[in-house]
Design a binder for this molecule. Structure first.
Ligand code: FAD
Length: 475
């Protein structure tokens, strides 16, 4: 049946049901605003379907198998058989549970759900094409719109995701068997998380990276710790090499050719090549021009600290609004946009944004590094606690890394922290709270921490910054 063209209206229209969009829609509905959420694919967006959740599911499952198979030191002798298709089914179950939950939550909060692809007709109207033949379209008029269309993996010349052996993170998180050999292009956080995951499945992983180190943007000692661990898992790194092309090999696989700045070429045999060189905004399919919304030269929608675009009625949140492209940042921006639309004085503060990389070991950061603090005019004081001096870390068998805290010498305010080691993604929450609430080193050290826990390392790092550490030598 052709539904035809119908016309409806809403106070708040949200485009995209990822962690930016669905959170914005729920908060807008909670504020009593008539809210409509349009999604063209799956509730939960990249995060739940092809990003954070599937990658963490695989990281946990492969980590578990690897740990059990390498625990002779603890007196455990096992050689677990890994069924990659079974692992994928379990991951799919986790994803289904969460995406179903998002849909139910939206409905329970009174959000109107519309399936289809939205494009702007003007600064107060979108047209939504419903999926499938004969499904028709509808025009939705809005008082305010929140654009939350996210991002997609970037291709590089010569490597099209349409070609079977060329994988984006999306395909790499949906394989039903592990390739024998994988070339990963890009040693950023997605490339590093997936390299480690596949290495633990027994894949021979080669990483090629144009820059001269892994995890650009992270401090050297942190990136080095993770790279060394990946090397110990068998990952082979080649820095200063850009992926140039790929071709079919003679052995049924492929050959990936790389080139250095000076034109030196190398070739690596593989079964698949994963291209993880970054993500670009999904803004080109929205007809933003029809609404007068401006983007920067890479296509990211420009916004202010209230998530407003240059058009009064239109907001943008999440990856489409640019860095930092993180799920929790998108959600926070979504909440701020909804509250601003509801007339509240909400605004974004990017000072205490934690970020985690779920490599082995994990990395987590918040606030300022030592050099950033100095650049901002503070006199930084730094405290550090290595995990190999932590009783709890020793009892888990994971002793690589450290907790580092950066504070202002004069006032003692905690300005930031960097953690590389076990459960860094969980531990950073305490430092994020400290930075957000303006806690001092003494606030953290006078808080009694449970023994034996990894969190004691945060307390010890703060004690170390004060010259009062008990379990490590003071600087
Ligand atoms: P998305 O999640 O991309 O959602 C956008 C939604 O909009 C999609 O569902 C899309 O279908 C829909 N859409 C697009 N255009 C239209 C249209 N015209 N009409 C209707 N609907 C439309 N972040 C973290 O914080 N932690 C992590 O551990 C982490 N791991 C990651 C691992 C991987 C492999 C990847 C790829 C990403 C990871 N991220 C992580 C990043 C995180 O997934 C994104 O930052 C987050 O999903 C962005 O949310 P969003 O709502 O802006 O967009």
């Amino acid at each position: 049946m052709v539904v035809g063209d119908i016309s409806t209206g809403t106070e708040v229209l949200v485009i995209g049901a990822g962690p930016g969009g669905y959170v914005a829609a729920i908060r807008a509905a909670q504020k009593g605003l008539d809210t409509t959420l349009v999604e063209r694919d799956a509730y939960g967006g990249t995060c739940l379907n092809h990003g954070c959740i599937p990658s963490k599911a695989y990281i946990t499952a492969t980590g578990l198998a690897h740990e059990v198979g390498n625990a002779e030191e603890m007196g455990i002798h096992a050689d677990p058989a890994v069924d990659v298709a079974g692992m994928r089914d379990w991951k799919d179950g986790v994803v289904d549970q969460l995406t179903g939950g998002v849909e139910k939550l939206c409905k329970a909060n009174g959000v109107n759900l519309v399936e289809g692809t939205a494009r702007f007709d003007s600064e107060t109207k979108v047209r939504v094409a419903h999926g499938g033949e004969g499904q028709g379209s509808e025009t939705i008029e809005f008082d305010h719109c929140i654009v939350a269309t996210g991002s997609r993996p970037m291709e590089i010349p010569g490597f099209s995701f349409a070609d079977e052996p060329v994988l984006s993170s999306r395909e790499a998180l949906a394989l039903d068997s592990a390739p024998d050999r994988l070339v990963v292009v890009g040693a950023g956080y997605i490339g590093m998380e997936l390299s480690t995951t596949y290495a633990k499945l027994g894949t021979d992983v080669t990483v090629v990276e144009m820059l001269d180190s892994a995890l650009p943007g992270y401090e050297d000692d942190i990136a080095r710790t993770v790279r060394k661990r990946a090397e110990s898992l068998g990952v082979d790194f080649h820095f200063g090499e850009g992926a140039a092309e790929w071709r079919e090999g003679n052995d049924g696989g492929i050959v990936v050719a790389t080139e250095t700045d000076s034109g030196e070429r190398s070739e690596y045999a593989a079964d698949d090549v994963l291209v993880a060189v970054g993500r670009e905004p999904v803004s080109d399919t929205l007809d933003l021009d029809a609404a007068g919304v401006e983007t920067d030269d890479r296509g990211f929608v420009e916004t202010d600290d209230q998530a407003r675009t240059n058009v009064e009625s239109i907001f943008a949140v999440g990856d489409v609004a640019g860095e930092p492209m993180l799920a929790h940042v998108g959600s926070k921006e979504g909440i701020v946009a909804a509250e601003v639309i509801a007339g509240e004085p909400a605004a974004l503060d990017y000072q205490a944004i934690p970020a985690a990389v779920f490599t082995d070991p994990e990395i987590a950061t918040v606030g300022l590094t030592e050099s950033e603090a100095a650049e901002e005019g503070f006199t930084p004081v730094v405290g550090q606690m290595p995990f190999n001096a932590s009783g709890r870390a020793l009892t888990t068998g994971h002793t690589e890394g450290f907790v580092r805290v950066v504070a202002d010498e004069e006032t003692g305010f905690v300005l930031g922290g960097q953690i590389v080691g076990p459960e860094a993604s969980e531990l950073v929450a305490e430092l994020a709270l400290a930075v957000e609430m303006g806690a001092t080193l003494e606030d953290v050290t006078s808080t009694i921490h449970t023994h034996p826990t990894l969190a004691e390392a945060t307390m010890e790092a703060c004690e170390n910054a004060l010259g009062q550490a008990i379990h490590t030598l003071n600087r």
